[in-house]
Design a protein around this ligand. Structure first.
Ligand SMILES: [Ca+2]
Ligand SMILES: [Ca+2]
Ligand SMILES: [Ca+2]
Length: 617
């Protein structure tokens, strides 16, 4: 089989029957112009977006960064993938800092030094580049990032995934990081890693690490693909063999006091070698208290791994459920090009639903959790599907940008190949994002354009992440672009039209220090919202590890219940909006900071005393 044939999906995208019917592609596989000019321009429909604007504050913030994907004309596959971004409050002052992942020049073609960058949040809308001081000025072919306090010392640590060796950086608590890849046992595994998440899958109080891997590509096995028969283009993943995700168990400290991770991929039941994973998310879709894992796969079936809990020997395993749950394929049984992923109870049903972004000529998947382990894709019957048919989605998440109590959707879009428009006239390299407003009960309408012209501009989007950068109680967003500069957008409400919000920062004691995996139910006058504090999600990205609840016109939450991974339950009553509340496991509220101040929300360093856990494995 020739590589030309292998690459034919660029010319004749593999979209499903129902999407095909709507898009009515020509026999040449080119989509007609009739369907969705709106999808390309960010159509505005049903209002109700509460006058929120996303204002470009990148330049004022002092974030000056250019992604180096190393491209030098050979069109190597990893060039199309990055870069990632993480919001990490590395100095624990309660203000989210920004870590931007960078690639590097390919060996033999090195023209410059490039490194990822860490920007400190100065509490006034500006950031300072502290990369060098932090010890992070390290050249590597970085792709994505994950954040979690794996050693429970009160300071969030950083994983940078890579083509080659991914690296774990321990946060020393004094503004510096130490590369502990070797000491932690993560060294030696060189893969094409993408998204990652810190998840305490066995609930022993220590964060484990799950890493998605894409395909088995090397410069040596690079194939020739072409879209026009003349010039080399980027091959699709169908050209390369898949590979397994990897699950690293956190074993705790060894005799020398170093935290060690051990590879438990096979033992846990995750060793499935045909996957081509780009997105990683955690969720508890069956509400049994054990964190499940969702992987979006590119041109391979998505994987939904149900956590079985411990077996008789105490070994925690997973069982693959995506096919029976209805989330492996499109409605017509086609494995789509899964990119980014998120999980959320977006309709207050009490069950966690899923979103997966897909290729151009494929809709986003919006898998609604029907209960009893079954999902139905709501996208084809909604604006979410119609608007996303032509765009190529990457980063994505549910977040309540207008604080009305209903989680909305943001998607970063951008194509793989700069020349795509030459062969598919309606598909562009740079594309606007999608902002979908949830106008109640999980019904969405696209409102991208009304959020601002700069926000709705076309870009070659990849990762997107959220955080409350300005202590306003509103969620700001940062997009990365492939081969370009990131964009930071401030969430600004129209005067007199400000909904209330309440934010929760969790501090685990018996559970992992970050409280990742805790499930929070907030009840206000208009009902109950549920959120899980998650690592991972979106694409190559880490959102801030703080939960934001929109309260609409309610000025307080009547009741908040925090169910920690350990099983501990904390309950708060009559909590006022307009503040970030720190909840410590077993103690309830221990601190708070009102929105609108430049004060620090100092989170005391407090090494958690874990009961000695003897592993039975
Ligand atoms: Ca730490
Ligand atoms: Ca664990
Ligand atoms: Ca909303």
């Amino acid at each position: 089989m020739s590589s030309l044939l292998l690459c034919s999906s660029f010319l004749a995208p593999n979209f499903s029957g129902s999407e095909r019917a709507k898009a009515a592609p020509s026999p040449q596989g080119k989509t007609p112009s009739a369907t969705s000019q709106g999808a390309q321009t960010g159509a505005n429909s049903s209002g109700a977006e509460a006058g929120v604007h996303f204002v470009d504050v990148t330049a004022n913030a002092g974030i000056r960064f250019t992604h180096n994907n190393g491209a030098f004309g050979k069109k190597f596959l990893p060039e199309t993938i990055g870069p990632g971004v993480a919001f990490i409050d590395y100095d624990n002052d309660g203000w989210p800092d920004v870590f931007l992942v960078n690639g590097m020049d390919w060996p033999g073609h090195i023209t410059k030094h490039t490194a990822s960058k860490l920007y400190h949040n100065n509490h006034d809308g500006t950031f300072t580049d502290v990369t060098h001081k932090a010890g992070l000025d390290i050249e590597m072919y970085g792709i994505g990032a994950a954040v979690g306090d794996y050693d429970n010392d009160g300071y969030d640590d950083l994983l940078v995934t890579a083509y080659g060796q991914s690296r774990l950086f321990h946060n020393n608590g004094n503004g510096t990081f130490t590369d502990v890849t070797q000491k932690s046992g993560l060294a030696g595994v060189k893969e094409f890693s993408t998204s990652a998440a810190f998840v305490d899958y066995d609930k022993d109080g220590r964060l484990d690490l799950v890493v998605g891997n894409y395909v088995q590509w090397t410069p040596e096995n690079d194939l020739y693909c072409t879209m026009d028969g003349k010039n080399k283009s980027y091959c699709t993943p169908e050209s390369y063999r898949g590979t397994s995700v990897r699950l690293w168990h956190n074993d705790g400290k060894d005799g020398s006091g170093n935290i060690k991770f051990s590879d438990v991929t096979q033992k846990a039941g995750l060793g499935e070698s045909t996957s081509k994973t780009l997105g990683v998310a955690m969720l508890d879709y069956d509400n049994d208290g054990w964190p499940d894992l969702l992987f979006s796969n590119d041109t391979q079936p998505n994987k939904l791994y149900r956590n079985n809990g411990p077996d008789k020997g105490g070994n925690v395993t997973f069982t693959e459920k995506a096919v029976v749950a209805g989330v492996a394929f499109s409605e017509d049984g086609v494995a789509r090009a899964g990119m980014g992923v998120d999980t959320f109870d977006y309709d207050r049903s009490g069950n966690t639903s899923l979103m997966i972004t897909n290729f151009s000529n494929q809709m986003i998947s919006l898998y609604h959790n029907e209960g009893k382990g079954l999902f139905v894709d709501e996208a084809p019957r909604s604006d979410v599907g119609r608007a996303s048919l032509l765009t190529l989605g990457f980063g994505c998440f549910f977040f309540d940008y207008d604080l009305d109590g209903w989680p909305d959707i943001l998607v970063a879009n951008g194509h793989i190949d700069p020349d795509i428009q030459k062969v598919q006239v309606n598909v562009k390299f740079a594309e606007p994002p999608h902002l979908f407003h949830n106008f109640g009960r999980g019904k969405f309408a696209e409102v991208t354009r009304s959020a601002g012209a700069e926000f709705a501009a076309a870009r070659v989007g990849r990762a997107v992440a959220y955080a409350d950068v300005f202590n306003s109680g509103r969620l700001d967003v940062l997009f990365t672009t492939n081969g370009g500069a990131p964009k930071l957008f401030r969430n600004v409400a129209a005067p007199g039209n400000a909904n209330h919000s309440l934010r929760l920062k969790l501090l685990g004691t018996k559970s992992n220090r970050d409280g990742i995996g805790a499930i929070v139910k907030l009840t206000a006058a208009d009902g109950t919202q549920t959120q899980m504090l998650r690592s991972g999600s979106s694409y190559l990205a880490a959102n801030e590890l703080v939960l934001t609840f929109g309260l609409g016109q309610q000025s307080k939450a009547d009741a908040i219940e925090i169910r920690w991974p350990s099983g501990t339950v904390d309950k708060l009553t009559a909590v006022n909006a307009g503040q970030t509340v720190i909840v410590t496991e077993g103690k309830g509220q221990t601190s708070a900071r009102p929105f609108g101040t430049k004060l620090e929300l100092r989170i005391e360093r407090q090494t958690k005393s874990l009961d000695p856990v003897i592993r039975t494995q």
